[in-house]
Design a protein around this ligand. Structure first.
Ligand code: HEM
Length: 443
């Protein structure tokens, strides 16, 4: 048997590998670097606040602060041109420039994004995540000292996030269930049927699913043990989602079934793959069982979990699809912002609510961009009828969603856009030695 790759956990930011805690509170703060020396000083100070993945067994293991930089941020620090050009092309362009292929059109297009998201001002993203608001505040306080009174650094945006009742996202589904297993990380995945993925899928400088040694950003000390991270703020139209379910349900009790077919899970988190006919809240809450399933052998057609449902599109597991599923996996962390729309309310109250996402991986193109473009907003990969992801796809009101059923499939029509992009950025989360290297660029 091939030997398992050892990860240099003491050089990897703890925020890269850990699933977010449940319950959670989180904050995302963006910075602009106006002065290069101050930017380097910020890197040096933040280095002292960050924990490595090796320290994650401490009492603080559910609480972390992480730092990531955009391409513009690396430039503002004075990273040499040859090095900048060694980063992935998608990262160099930035998320706003990729809008067309990501389906960020109409209301989701960058000209409607929340400022300064999508602008060249976004240089550094500091994220803090903890199991409670009190612990978050304590952790963030340490980071705050790094930039307070540092002239030449401006905090330009902040988004606070917190768990909603029942650990659900705004549409009402339990979130934070499925995570990949990563070889050598010591963190088990949630699906016992998924073979751990090679660490180079998530951390740069290690063998990945395609090769023994992928190219990494240069110099080596900068690229090694870093990861790309995709930040995305997604607004959720909860009232519209509820109205759509109501309008399409033949009887009131069918609303929950339609919602489950669109997601691939009941709102409790119980997967249709394991309980297709009715919800099973005990299964939804059971971390040992709620992600222990595959699709191919007993549900190739999608009678239980439609091939077009959100979770089957986002991770087709062993389904027969064009391409290789394992090279499109990501570490996914969603944290909710805004209050819950009270139960039963069908009119929008004008309050912004949704998810702040962080997708971590070593390959922006074949991971996040591929999933967003091919799996979310196309259907060719599973040979399905034309359509997009019924939950988070870039719908234009004309889309359909197929629910395989005997003797005749059910088809939903006129899918509106339930999710609007408010902005985001591609960033690079350096390893801890790389952060020191960045901090010393001016010396
Ligand atoms: C507001 C928009 C979105 C909502 C409300 C949403 C909601 C959910 C929920 C409730 C789950 C099931 C719980 C879990 O497995 O943790 C899930 C799974 C997942 N979502 Fe989303 N999601 C959204 C956008 C996205 C986007 C933009 C992507 C990637 C481009 C994505 C990728 C995934 C993946 C990879 C999974 C795990 C699938 C699996 O392994 O079974 N989601 N999502």
């Amino acid at each position: 048997m091939a030997e398992e790759t050892k990860l240099e956990l003491d050089d990897i930011q703890s925020g890269v590998l850990r699933p977010r805690p449940t319950p959670y509170a989180a904050t995302y703060v963006l910075f602009r670097i106006d002065d290069r020396n101050a930017g380097c000083e910020l890197m040096r100070r933040l280095r002292c606040v960050l924990a490595s993945a090796a320290e994650s067994e401490s009492s603080e293991r559910d609480t972390w602060v992480s730092v990531a930089l955009s391409y513009q941020g690396l430039k503002a620090l004075g990273v040499p041109a040859a090095s900048l050009q060694s980063f992935s092309p998608e990262f160099q362009q930035g998320m706003a420039a990729r809008a067309k292929s990501l389906g960020d059109s109409g209301e989701s297009s960058p000209e409607h994004w929340e400022r300064p998201l999508g602008s060249t001002d976004v240089h550094v993203v500091v994220t803090a995540v903890a199991p409670s608001t009190e612990r978050l505040e304590a952790a963030f306080e340490r980071a705050r000292k790094s930039y307070q009174e540092l002239k030449g650094i401006a905090a330009i945006w902040r988004q606070d996030c917190h768990v909603l009742p029942g650990e659900r996202e705004a549409f009402g589904f339990k979130d934070g269930i499925s995570h990949p297993a990563i070889e050598g990380s010591g963190i088990p995945g949630t699906n016992p049927h998924e073979r751990p993925l090679k660490p180079g899928e998530f951390v740069l400088g290690y063998p990945d699913e395609m090769s023994e040694a992928s190219r990494i950003p240069q110099p080596d000390i900068l690229g090694r043990n870093g990861s790309y991270v995709v930040f995305r703020k997604l607004h959720q139209r909860v009232a519209e989602f509820r109205r759509y379910l109501k309008a399409n349900a033949v009887a009131a009790e069918e609303e929950e079934l339609i919602a489950a077919k669109m997601m691939g899970r009941w709102r409790s988190g119980a997967p249709l793959a394991l309980c297709p006919m009715h919800d099973d809240p005990a299964l939804g809450a059971d971390a040992q069982r709620n992600n222990a399933f595959l699709f191919k052998n007993d549900d190739a057609i999608g009678y239980k979990t439609p091939c077009g449902s959100h979770i089957r599109r986002m991770n087709p597991r062993d389904s027969v699809v064009a391409g290789v599923v394992r090279i499109h996996r990501m570490i996914r962390r969603g944290t909710s912002y805004g209050p819950l729309l009270p139960e039963g309310v069908l009119e929008d109250d004008g309050i912004d609510r949704g998810l702040m996402f962080a997708f971590v991986g070593a390959h922006l193109g074949r991971q996040f961009e591929f999933v967003q473009t091919e799996w979310m907003n196309d259907s060719a990969f599973f040979g399905g009828s034309p359509g997009r992801d019924p939950v988070s796809g870039a719908a234009d009101g004309s889309g359909t969603f197929d629910i395989p059923k005997r003797p005749l499939r059910r088809q939903l029509h006129g899918l509106p856009r339930f999710v609007v992009t408010r902005g985001g950025e591609y960033c690079f989360m350096p390893g801890l030695r790389a952060l020191e290297w960045l901090g010393n660029l001016t010396t």
